[in-house]
Design a protein around this ligand. Sequence first.
Ligand code: ADP
Length: 268
Amino acid sequence: FDDRTLHLIFNFTRTPRGVFIMWRDQTETVRFEERRNAFIAELSHDFRTPLTAIHGYTELLMNNHDGNEKTSKMLRHVKEEAERLDRLVDNFLDYQKIDYSAEQLTVTTFPLLPLLKDITESYQAMSPNHEVTYAAPPIHIQADEEKLKQMLHNLIGNAIKYSPEGGTVHTQVEDQAGIVTLSVSDTGIGIPADALPYVFDEYYRVDSKAHHTIKGTGLGLRICKRIAEAHGWGIHADSVYEEGTTFTIELHARHASSYVRTPPYAKR
Ligand code: ADP
C-alpha cells in the first residue's frame, strides 16, 4: 500500500487492526521481458541479413544484365517487394523496441518539398495504376526527418493499399495563418464511422470484408500516432465509407518554430 491508502485504512477503522501485505514474485515477468527483447533483437537481425543480400544482389543484377526490358521489369519488382518487406520489418520489429519518446528524436530543419517529391515519385513508380500527387508551399520544417518519412510511407502506402486501381492519392500541405497541416487523401474503400475512433490503436484492423482482403499488421497508424505525439503534433482521420479517407497531421503545437518559412535555414 502507498501512504495514502494506509492513511485511509487507519482513519476508517480508527484503531489499526492489522496490516495487509501483498507480495508478488516478479522474477518470471522480468525474465519473460528479457527473453522477449532478446528474441525480437535476434528476429530483427535474422530478417535484415537476408534482406540486405536480396538488395545487394538485385542491384548487381540490375546493373549487369543483358538489357532485356522484361528482365529489367522483373528485377524492379524484386527490388520494390524487398523494399516493401523492409518497411514491414521496420514497422513490426522496430515498433517492439524503438523508443518513440520526444527525447529520442533527432530534430533538424529541412525543406519539405524535396521529401514529398521523392516519396510521391517512388510511390507513383511502384503504383502506376494509381495517380499519386502532392502540393505544398516551399516551407522548411523542424522535425526528425527519418520519422516523418516513416509516417508518410505509412500514410501514402495505406492510401494506395486501401484504394482500388484507378484511385487518386493526394498529399497536401497547407499553411493557414501559421498553422501548417499535412494531409494524405485517397479515393479508396473508406472507414466506417464506428471504426474510425479505433484506427490508431495497436494491432487494430477494420472488421469488414473489403479490409480483410488486404494484408496488414495494424501497426502503421499506431506508429504514426506515436511519432506525431513525440513531436507534439496532432493527427486525425476523416472518412466517408466506400468513398475515401483523409489523414491529417497538424504540424504545430509544441514549438511555435515547428516550421519556418524562409529558406535557406541552417541545420540545428
Ligand atoms: P495495416 O497494416 O493493417 O494497414 P494500419 O495501422 O496502417 O495497419 O491501419 C489500421 C487499419 O485502419 C487498417 O487495417 C485498415 O483497416 C484501416 N485503414 C488505414 N488506412 C486506411 C485507408 N487509407 N483507407 C481505408 N482504411 C484504412
